[in-house]
Each structure stands twice: as C-alpha cells, then as structure tokens.
Design a protein around this ligand. Sequence first.
Ligand SMILES: Cc1cc2nc3c(=O)[nH]c(=O)nc-3n(C[C@H](O)[C@H](O)[C@H](O)COP(=O)(O)OP(=O)(O)OC[C@H]3O[C@@H](n4cnc5c(N)ncnc54)[C@H](O)[C@@H]3O)c2cc1C
Ligand SMILES: *[C@@H]1O[C@H](CO)[C@@H](O)[C@H](O)[C@H]1NC(C)=O
Ligand SMILES: *[C@@H]1O[C@H](CO)[C@@H](O)[C@H](O)[C@H]1NC(C)=O
Ligand SMILES: *[C@@H]1O[C@H](CO)[C@@H](O)[C@H](O)[C@H]1NC(C)=O
Length: 582
Amino acid sequence: MANLALLSLVLLRLFVVQAGGGGGGVDDGIGDDGSLFTACLAAAGVGNVTTRQSPAYAAALLVSVQNLRFAGAGAPKPAAVVVPASLQELRDSMRCARAAGLVLRLRSGGHSYEGLSYTTTTEEDDDRSSAFAVVDLAALDRVDVHVDADRRAGTAWVQSGATLGQTYHAVAAASGPALAFSAGSCPTVGSGGHIAGGGFGLLSRKFGLAADNVVDAVLVDAAGRVLSRAGMGEDVFWAIRGGGGGTWGAVYAWRVRLSAVPERVTAFVVNRPGSVRSVASLVSTWQHVAPWLPDEFYVSAFVGAALPELKKLNRTGISVTFKGLYLGPAHEALQILTARFPEIGLSDLDPREMSWIESVVFFSGLPEGSTVSDLTDRVLHQKNYFKAKSDYVRRPMTLDQLVRAIGLLSEQPKAYVILDPYGGAMDRVGSGDLPFPHRKGNIHGIQYLIEWTADDDDHKEEYMDWLRWFYDFMGEYVPKKPRTAYINYMDLDLGTNNWFGHRVGGDVDESPNPEVEAARAWGERYFLGNYDRLVRAKTLIDPENVFRNAQSIPPLGGAQGMTRSTRGISPKVTSNGSTHDS
Ligand SMILES: Cc1cc2nc3c(=O)[nH]c(=O)nc-3n(C[C@H](O)[C@H](O)[C@H](O)COP(=O)(O)OP(=O)(O)OC[C@H]3O[C@@H](n4cnc5c(N)ncnc54)[C@H](O)[C@@H]3O)c2cc1C
Ligand SMILES: *[C@@H]1O[C@H](CO)[C@@H](O)[C@H](O)[C@H]1NC(C)=O
Ligand SMILES: *[C@@H]1O[C@H](CO)[C@@H](O)[C@H](O)[C@H]1NC(C)=O
Ligand SMILES: *[C@@H]1O[C@H](CO)[C@@H](O)[C@H](O)[C@H]1NC(C)=O
C-alpha cells in the first residue's frame, strides 16, 4: 500500500519534470495541458485556486507579502495560490499539493521575515522538488470566544488564518472588554505563524507569550489526519507552541486562554532626542529599570537616527522612543515612574487612559484616527523592504558600550533597534516548558532592523551588510554560548537547511543524521537545549519531512526523505568571517 503510493509519486514526479520541457513551468505541477494539481483540486471541489496563468495571480500572491524584499522577480513564485474555505478544503489542498509533487507553503498573515510562507530560498533552487504551492489560510479566520459567567476568564478558538487584530477585536467585542489575549502588537500578523513561533507582546510581562496561553489546537498532519491535543500527543503539542511555523503540519485552529484586564489601562509614547551620550544614558537607565518594573508595566525602547516620532516633526538625529502600557490608572503609572524612572521625563509624558482594546489601536501602527474596527483589516498598508536580526541580553551593557553602539546607529538612519523588556511572567515559565527557551535571566530582547523602499532597493546589499556588521559589533556585548535569537524574527544568516530532492524510497541511513547535526547550528540559537526534543517531535509527526523550509526542524533518520547535498547546510559567513559563536 505504502509502496504503491510511493511509486505513483515517483511516476508523477517523472511526468511533471519531463512534461515541462524546460520552460518556466518546468516542474510547477501544472502542465501546459491541464494539471495534476488543479485537476485534483477541482475533483475535490476546492474552488478558490489562482494559477500563474490567471490575471488575478499577482494580487492573490501579493496581498499578504509583508516584506517587499520577496515580492520581486528574484523571489521564486508558487505554481498556484489556493484559499481553502473549510477544514476539508484545507486537507484536500494539502493532499493535492503532495500528489502533484509540490512543496507546501502555508500562509496565515504573511509576515515571515524571510518570506517563507510564500517563497522558497535560493538554497532550495537546486532542489528539483522546489516547485511549490501557497495554501493561504485567509478564509479560515473565525474567532469563537467563550467568556466565563463572571467575565474574569475565558477561552477562544482562533482559526489559524485569523490575524491578531481580528482576534483582539473578537475577544474585546465578546467580553466587554474585560478580557484580553496576550500576543504581538501588529494587527495584521497572522495567528498561524505568530503563535507557532511564540508570540511576544505588550501583555507578555503579565501573561506570557501567546504560545504560553494555548490550551488546545487542531493540527492537520502530512497524512491528512485531523488531530486535537489528545490525538497529537504531548510531544507534538509542545512542539507546535513555539517550535516555528511550517514544520509540523497545518494548524487549523488554536484554543487560547484569555486574561482579565482592567477596564482602564494607561498608554504613552514619548520620544527623546539628544546627543549620542544623552540617548545612551537614557537607554542605560531603561536597561536597569524596565525588566524589573511590576508585571503590569511594559516599557519598550526604540533607538535610531530617523524614528517616526521625530520624523513627524521634520527632525532627524539619534533619539529613543519609549512605548509604555500600564494595566491600571494613569496616576499609578506616574507614581511608579516617578519612583523608578524619573529620567524618562514626566512633565510632558501625557499618559492616557483608555480601554485595553483602544490601547491595541494606539500601539498598532495604524494611521492616526484609526478605530477599533480597523483592527480587522487584514491588509498592511505601509509595506517595506527589510532585514532583521535578534539577540537576547542577560546583563545591562555599560554606558560606554551603549555610547559606542548608539554612535554607530546614529550614522545609519535606515536602521533602528527595538528593545523589548522581559522579566515578570516571562521569568516564571521554565525554559523547557515550551520550545521558546528565552526565559528567566533574559532582561530584554534586541531586534535589529534595517528598512528601505523601492527607490533605494539597488542598495539593498549595502543595507543588509550594514546590519550584519552592526550585529557582529554587538556580539561583544551579548551572551554567545550560543548567541541566541527569536524564531519569529527569523534570520536565514544563521544557517539554512539544504534539502536536496526528497528521495522517495531512498536507502540512505546515516547516523547521526547529518541534517540534524547541521541544523543544530541555528536550531540551538533559537531553541537552546530544546532542539533535540524538537527533532524527536518532528520525527514523530512528520518523519517524511513534508513540511519543510529553509529553517524547519529536520527529522531523524536518513531513509525517509532526503539526502545531504554536496553543499550541505552551511551557516552563512557573516561579514567579519565568524559564523556562530560557541
Ligand atoms: C510588522 C510586523 C510586526 C511584528 N510584530 C511582532 C510582535 O509584536 N511580536 C512578535 O512576537 N512577533 C512579531 N512579528 C513577527 C511575527 O510574529 C512572525 O513573523 C510570524 O511568524 C508571522 O506570522 P504570520 O502568520 O503573519 O506569517 P506567515 O508568513 O504567514 O507564517 C510564518 C511561518 O509560519 C507558517 N505558518 C503560517 N500559518 C501556519 C499554520 N496555520 N500552521 C502551520 N504553519 C503555519 C508559515 O508557513 C511560515 O513558515 C512581527 C512581524 C512583522 C512583519
Ligand atoms: C478567494 O479567497 C480570497 C481570500 O479570502 C477572497 O478575497 C476571494 O474573494 C476569494 N475568491 C473567490 C472566487 O471566492
Ligand atoms: C513638515 O514639513 C512638511 C513639508 O515641508 C510640512 O507640510 C509639515 O507641516 C511640517 N510639519 C511640522 C510638524 O513642522
Ligand atoms: C567577529 O565578531 C564576533 C562577534 O562580535 C567576534 O566574537 C569575533 O572575534 C570576530 N571575529 C573576527 C575575525 O574579527
């Protein structure tokens, strides 16, 4: 039975490769005269399918491409975009893609920093199986909220195509808003990819990551089985809550725990320009204060030479923007800051009281004048070209170190960093409780970003190299055994898989599996000691490596699906010649 299935897969693949005859559609699974994939979908009654030949193709593909770096001709494009409208259509889409020999790209909100939900990397180009289909979950966006009778607790079933904005909107509408969901700040981010990688936001010091609040899930695995928590087992249920998207199967829905928030919360955004030294001094104070504030208080710091708050005033130059959310009234927030962080400048801080859902709009990045209902808009209106990297910090830097780092930032206005305070609830989850290991002892994260527009896209290598160079410089000041990173701020510089064909029925049996050892180079940077458990979970749920991308966890065992390419998996060498510190 299994062998027959494999044989037909081999025959299909031979057909596909030969039928294309060298054109652009060589192995996209959609032959000139019809097609394995679309015929299979049509037979299954899956109707929302857009192929390359369709005039609607660009729109269907680009609608949620959120990093324009992967929108252009250089990025490999899918054979088709399928939008399943039900669980059954999701299963059929996955089954048909496999039958046609297409790699799957699941897309929820499309915010993958490296475009992994809608493109493949060049590394995979010499993989002849790299033809792929996007299964876009946008139509699976229902959020069913259950509020307990006393309105102090509740849960929600969130379909994995729902965005965070849609989720917050539904939770607030159903609860008053007495309840909130702890997850990221950008409303167009998809719950599918976000929760799969952890999900940090303004409530995380109080209620933990989005993934910490997942109590059940429905997963469709490679064989098309529909598995609840009990069905998938605790190892897999552990892995899907932070082990990264696109690796385990398709999450159809998450069941999340909601948290009680006060009727009024306090929010502020304040920008402080100045000399490099004065900005460094403020950041230094922030490093000693923000991680130890009460759990109810979140204050992040953005540092750069062209922050939007300053640009709005037609000014440039180095500055720091503090964004604060306090789960309580403004006078309490001010009392705490007066005692702990008067340097932030209280006279013009202008803390405003609002409901929690209004604070979501306040921090959403939506244009001035946006309202709570705008949170349901799936479209990100201001898209950028960008590259990002990340670090975790366990010890405050010295003032001199900050002066040096911020001095460099002051010279590159396209770059900025975001410092997110940890501590609080983040410290009270064990580093092995979920795949996301950056818990107690980490005082804050650093996200390094560089952004540009179409006008200067011809300088993109220069910009990305600048960011890599700055990241190398910062390596002196952060823990390096290993140097850690956050999977949701995916960074392919850390190294990539290089699947070389998925050998069907191959007989390679190398031990220890070289893929697993090579992927350890980046896997341990995202997951530390949780890496091996992730490999075991992967081997349980997807031994044939159907769900794979440039940084997905590989399964054990050589016979089930891949061999090592001659180039192997090579961490990209960074600008100063170092790869990963260990
Ligand atoms: C503007 C912006 C703001 C952000 N803000 C935050 C923030 O505040 N906090 C934070 O922690 N992160 C933040 N992120 C990072 C974000 O959490 C990750 O990029 C996340 O992976 C995006 O999820 P998505 O569904 O939008 O992306 P997608 O690109 O759709 O998916 C990301 C990955 O998950 C896979 N995937 C998607 N859906 C599923 C599914 N249902 N089942 C299995 N795999 C799936 C995809 O195949 C892909 O590999 C931000 C990113 C951007 C671009
Ligand atoms: C296909 O799905 C997209 C996203 O949900 C939707 O906007 C579009 O209208 C759908 N097309 C058809 C033909 O149903
Ligand atoms: C900034 O400059 C623009 C264009 O010159 C002008 O329209 C705007 O009013 C200025 N804003 C401020 C706050 O000075
Ligand atoms: C490269 O940078 C890393 C991190 O800053 C540092 O540890 C290493 O010594 C540097 N290597 C070289 C060759 O300069």
